[in-house]
Design a protein around this ligand. Structure first.
Ligand code: ADP
Ligand code: ZN
Length: 732
């Protein structure tokens, strides 16, 4: 192997790779998929070796500079997934491989087996200060986990004795030895017998697992119907077949209870992958996964790329969650990657949710590609909570200016008197500013796209889909009301209000501010579940997975913030959030109650959430989507242009718009259109202007083909403007 073909991690054409010569001293080290450093356009860049073919021309071939990682967590299976990502998400092969392999672990020749990593826990800094060589070595190990003893010694410029001393003190560990530790699997007897609905679900899915082919299933089960127990049984089945399982959860720090349940059932076989892991911990977990030691991988989005040897089952819990979509390039959706990996491995995919994404539910309708399994009852016949809708327009008219309606104040007072717990939910304030009339609840919308206008600093209302603009009115065009303004309240304000109304109440607040520290989520939740706090105030992070039995009241401060997001999925997100939040109430023996405050009490997404009526919501919302030709009745690609000079950004967007139109004619693509250029929903971030184009088409392949064609020719024309492509965007 004199030559290697390298997929470099720089913006290049989609499948483009480059040939390099393999210098003799690297011959023995280099393998397929090794991570290397190569000269490229006058600088050094990283890339992955994807083959050893001879270059067509030998003149200008340069040498590979060095091997950064001999065996990253890649294999032929994952390489196939990377190639699929290139055509699906229009990213370069190097970007796709980088995304799958994760960040590099260690400099030259990180070994596949048992490299050294820094052990968990606090070091005695004072002691280390007196041992500078040990300190340097630890720093080197932290920067480059996974090195062998001699590599680490060489890297830190110390003798092997220093590394040995650190090993002896337990400050360094062999990667494979770093484990969760102390998790014994639960005795068989503690596993509950299944409910009838669970039994049916498990038997159907068990059959799917035993069948030889790939398949995908939507498990639509109301909150509290016991979906997790179904997952656990299926995992057991898959382990018996000596295959591995990937389980995705929206955000692992938010689901400590889920982690506990998995550990209790499968003990050491569980590997956790999430963003809070250090590089060393991640390396250790991946090493256990690759070796087949950890057969149950539990993690957030990127765990979908776990290097399991024989993938048998993928479970995506809360499959509708937007956190499964990566917002940086490559902008993949873990659900779509899961389906692809399942197809490659003849694995089964189970998508679980109480509120499936419209895209998923429509694929599970008769004739669609997914099987549908429905669980309609809560375990133990527990009732779904009673939901009340409070019309905020009437509160204002009756002279109540508090952010709490009278009904919510009374309900809260009742819970405090009885010693029961309450949750007050406030979704994160939308980043874009929408304008609402506080008298009639009306919102200014683009007549063409039916999404809320965004208020710009120049006083104009703009549609960030199509660019349509209107003057912000001084009085409401519907009711003539004068209290027309942008609005939003923060969690802090809610906390102050609770304390004003109930001075003795013990309140916990959970939002981005109070949970910035690692592990603080868990701590706050634990405190709320087991401590004496009576009220928890939080953002959407509390909507997920929380299972606290003493909670009997959930109050939603304002459903409108989500409902009027400038996004065609606003109604869907409202329904999902309300349903999920409501699902937090009444999980114990006492029934739960939910109070939703809104200026738009007649909206179907609120009413169907009140009635726990997913199908009702589904049909209404599908009708809206059909009439406006939004997904799932069409496909979208968002192309975002950003740069410091607004003129350049607009020119680039305009140029792309023209090239796309031209490509559409040349390639004779039908049933598609371009929206924009328009300023993005957030028109400027950190001094960078943002404009966007939206491609809308009836066939995903067609509009991807157009975007790819223009990317090839126009990709680098405006050097000062960054272009980012988002296929099937969730944020428009
Ligand atoms: P979901 O994920 O569908 O919202 P969970 O899996 O969290 O529901 O289950 C809700 C509650 O019911 C949990 O406390 C769980 O331990 C319990 N549970 C689940 N299945 C059973 C069963 N078969 N028997 C008794 N309790 C169960
Ligand atoms: Zn519009």
């Amino acid at each position: 192997m004199q030559y290697a073909e390298v997929a470099v991690i720089v913006p290049v054409r989609l499948y483009q790779t480059f040939h390099y010569r393999v210098p003799s001293q690297l011959q023995s080290e280099l393998k397929k998929f090794s991570r290397v450093e190569v000269p490229f356009a006058g600088r050094l860049v990283q890339g992955f070796v994807v083959g050893f073919s001879r270059p067509p021309h030998l003149q200008k071939v340069k040498d590979i500079k060095r091997v950064l990682e001999q065996a990253p967590f890649l294999n032929d299976d994952l390489y196939e997934t990377a190639c699929w990502m290139v055509q699906r998400y229009l990213c370069s092969l190097g970007d796709a491989l980088q995304c799958i392999a994760g960040s590099p672990v260690g400099s030259s020749q990180a070994r596949q087996e048992n490299g050294l990593v820094v052990a968990d826990g606090q070091f005695n800094q004072a002691v280390l200060a007196r041992a500078p060589k040990q300190k340097i070595t630890l720093e080197a190990a932290r920067a480059c986990p996974g090195l062998t003893k001699s590599q680490l010694a060489a890297k830190a410029g110390v003798s092997a004795a220093v590394v040995n001393a650190l090993l002896a003190k337990g400050l360094l560990k062999e990667a494979a030895a770093v484990q969760a530790g102390g998790h014994e699997a639960m005795p068989r007897a503690a596993i509950p017998p299944l409910t009838a609905e669970q039994e049916l679900a498990v038997s159907q899915l068990r059959q799917a697992l035993r069948a030889a082919g790939p398949s995908a299933w939507l498990l639509h089960g109301v909150t509290g119907s016991g979906k997790t127990e179904v997952y656990l049984r299926l995992i057991d089945e898959t382990l018996n077949m000596r295959r591995q399982v990937i389980v995705l959860v929206p955000e692992i720090s938010l689901t400590p209870q889920m982690v506990e349940r998995f550990r209790a059932r499968f003990g050491q076989q569980v590997a956790l992958l999430h963003s809070a892991l250090s590089q060393g911990e991640r390396y250790a977990e991946k090493a256990r996964i690759r070796a087949g030691q950890a057969a149950v991988v539990l993690g957030a989005r990127s765990a979908i790329f776990a290097p399991v040897p024989d993938l048998g089952l993928i479970i995506i819990d809360e499959e509708h969650e937007h956190s499964y979509k990566q917002e940086e390039s490559p902008k993949y959706h873990a659900r779509e990657v899961a389906l692809q990996r399942a197809a490659q491995n003849k694995a089964v995919v189970v998508l679980g949710s109480a509120t499936p994404a419209l895209e998923s539910y429509c694929r599970a309708r008769p004739g669609g590609p997914y099987g549908l399994i429905t669980m309609t009852k809560r375990v133990d016949q527990r009732e779904l909570p009673k939901v009340h809708i409070i019309d905020l327009r009437k509160e204002l008219a009756a002279g109540n200016t508090s952010i709490f309606s009278v009904a919510l104040q009374n309900a809260l007072a009742g819970r405090l008197a009885k010693g029961e717990k309450s949750i007050l939910f406030l979704n994160r304030r939308g980043l874009a500013t929408v304008v609402i009339c506080r008298q009639c609840g009306g919102v200014m919308k683009c007549p063409r796209c039916e999404i809320s206008y965004t208020l710009h600093s120049d006083g104009w209302l703009k549609c960030h889909y199509c660019g349509h603009a209107a003057r912000a009115p001084g009085i409401c065009p519907c009711c003539g009301g004068q209290t027309i303004r942008s609005f939003g309240v923060g969690t802090q304000r809610v906390e102050e209000e609770v304390k004003r109304l109930f001075p003795d109440c013990r309140v916990l607040r959970m939002d981005a501010d109070t949970t910035a520290r690692k592990g603080s989520h868990r701590q706050l939740l634990h405190e709320f579940a087991h401590g004496d706090a009576q009220v928890l105030i939080g953002t959407q992070m509390i909507a997920k997975g929380l299972d606290i039995h003493q909670v009997t009241l959930v109050g939603v401060i304002s459903a409108d913030i989500t409902l009027h997001m400038p996004d065609f999925r606003a109604a869907e997100r409202t329904f999902q959030l309300l349903t999920q939040v409501a699902g937090r109430a009444g999980r114990g023996s006492k029934p739960g109650e939910v109070i939703i405050q809104t200026y738009d009490p007649g909206h179907f997404s609120i009413i169907t959430a009140q009635n726990h009526d997913y199908l009702g919501f589904y049909h209404k919302e599908m009708a809206v989507r059909r009439s406006l030709r939004y997904p799932p009745f069409s496909y979208l690609i968002k192309i975002l242009f950003t740069g410091l000079n607004e003129g350049d950004v607009m020119a680039a967007a305009q140029y792309w718009q023209e090239r796309l139109a031209e490509a559409g004619r040349n390639l004779a693509v039908r049933d598609w259109e371009i929206l924009g250029p328009a300023p993005a929903g957030i028109p400027r971030i950190k001094n960078r202007y943002r404009w966007q184009l939206i491609l809308k088409g009836m066939a995903s392949r067609d509009i991807r083909r157009l975007a790819a064609a223009v990317l090839e020719q126009a990709g680098t024309r405006y050097k000062q403007v960054a272009v980012s492509i988002d296929v099937d965007p969730l944020n428009l």
